[in-house]
Design a protein around this ligand. Structure first.
Ligand SMILES: [Zn+2]
Ligand SMILES: [Zn+2]
Length: 441
């Protein structure tokens, strides 16, 4: 409606101004140029048209304005070397690169040779252009449209499954396959399994006689027992376990299980039924560990799970050197229940952690029963409370301790984690970026 309001000024609005045609003439003076590169110098003017259409329009308008013969581009474009005439080839290469890999969303990136970037930037500054678009973004968009048409998949700038990188100088398409993340809880029924892979202490992972040339201190880890079948099922290269804290190697993890996010790298499949994946993992782990999977999730959830400072509840079997009545034990326990414990870094982990005193509260500790002369005790503590040292006193490094209040040595024989509060349930309302329903078949 602007044209009507401005009445006699409408010609200025409807036809390119002389300045635009002047600059077009100067650009054409640099050498042969394709319509895409010509139009892109004014790429941020107007919208709803391609740079190719902009370029063609400017070429026609200038010929009319100057009343000179109209000429099409002949020969190679001095900016892009006719790369925009090969967008379908680039799209075909991208589709070829991704064959055999499942994805729903993608993003295109372009690695532009420095010479091309310098050429167009030189023109921008020579002619003081105010609304050009860089080659990179036009290439990403145009090849992206074609990939979308060929595959029926959608572009996603934030969380794409796949990133295609067009390497213009190499003439190849590189592929980045984003990992798949799945959230759940794990149970560990067998003692002696670390949460993640540990390098052999002797050879530091290189492989030696002591570790049977595996490079591993322990043959299996929760990470491998869960991650191996998951990576195999999704055609991934490997899997990384992000746990919400970790239990000791010799502790079982039972009860509610421990929240985790499993990251599966380079997956060929990502549209798998979560219940099917869960059964596959549980069959493969043969009762040594098991999982319940709650939902597909994203990298953000790894941060959330890592920063979870939830309370933990343990069930421990305690051996006391000396005679103590159940009543005496219960009184001793009540004196450390609800109390803040000062713990110097335990001797058993001092070689890999900084020596400092941490303060953690025992929220609750109670006697549950007796088993073969030993005492079953349940403790709920703040995240990071060292339970074994709470009982033993760690030669005075932990204070107060059960040993201290009993006046006789006590130690943990076995330890099970029975409850870890988690945060993953709160997001099951579908606010996660990859709701289960959309990501399963
Ligand atoms: Zn060009
Ligand atoms: Zn070794």
């Amino acid at each position: 409606m602007k044209e009507q309001e401005n009445g006699d000024k409408c010609c200025n609005v409807l036809s390119p101004g002389p300045e635009l045609l002047e600059k077009t003439g100067e650009i054409l003076g640099y050498g042969e140029i394709c319509n895409n590169c010509l139009g892109r110098f004014f790429g941020k003017r107007s919208f709803g048209i391609t740079n190719e259409a902009r370029g063609r329009g400017l070429r026609v308008s200038r010929a009319l304005h100057m009343n000179v013969p109209y000429t099409e581009q002949a020969g190679s474009c001095w900016i892009c070397n006719n790369e925009f005439k090969r967008t379908s080839e680039w799209a075909a290469r991208a589709v070829e690169a991704v064959s055999g890999i499942e994805f729903s969303t993608f993003l295109v990136g372009t690695r532009v040779p420095p010479l091309i970037a310098e050429s167009e930037e030189m023109v921008w500054s020579d002619l003081s252009l105010v609304d050009p678009e860089p080659l990179k973004s036009e290439m990403n968009r145009e090849v992206g449209k074609l990939i979308g048409q060929l595959t029926g998949k959608k572009a996603d700038l934030i969380h794409p499954d796949i990133v295609f990188i067009l390497d213009l100088s190499g003439g190849i398409v590189e592929l980045k396959v984003h990992p798949v993340f799945v959230a759940g809880r794990y149970m560990k029924y067998e003692r002696g399994i670390p949460q993640t892979h540990w390098d052999c202490r002797e050879c530091r992972g290189a492989g030696c006689e002591k570790c049977d040339f595996t490079g591993k201190q322990y043959q299996d880890s929760v990470e491998e027992l869960i991650g191996r079948p998951a990576a195999e099922a999704l055609g991934g290269s490997w899997a990384v376990l992000h746990g919400s804290g970790r239990e000791d190697i010799d502790a079982r993890m039972i009860g509610t299980g421990r929240p985790f996010v499993l990251e599966i790298e380079c997956p060929k499949k990502r549209l798998m039924d979560i219940a099917a994946l869960e059964s596959l993992i549980n069959e493969s782990a043969q009762g040594r560990v098991s999982v319940t999977l709650s939902r597909w999730c994203g990298r953000d959830d790894v941060e959330t799970i890592k920063s979870n400072k939830a309370h933990k509840k343990y069930r421990i079997l305690v051996e006391v050197d000396g005679t103590v009545t159940v009543e005496g034990l219960s009184i001793a326990l009540s004196t450390i229940s609800g109390v803040t414990i000062f713990q110097r870094t335990p001797e058993r982990v001092a070689h890999r952690r900084a020596d400092k005193v941490r303060e953690r509260r025992v929220l609750d500790i109670e006697y549950i029963g007796t088993e073969e002369g030993r005492y079953i005790i349940e403790v709920t503590g703040e995240a990071g409370l060292y339970i074994k040292e709470l009982v033993s006193g760690d030669n005075g490094r932990t204070h107060p301790s059960l040993t201290e209040v009993l006046g006789m040595p006590a130690r943990v024989e076995t330890l099970d984690v029975v409850q870890v509060e988690g945060t993953e349930e709160v997001k099951e309302d579908g606010t996660s970026q990859r709701p289960t329903k959309e990501n399963t078949v």
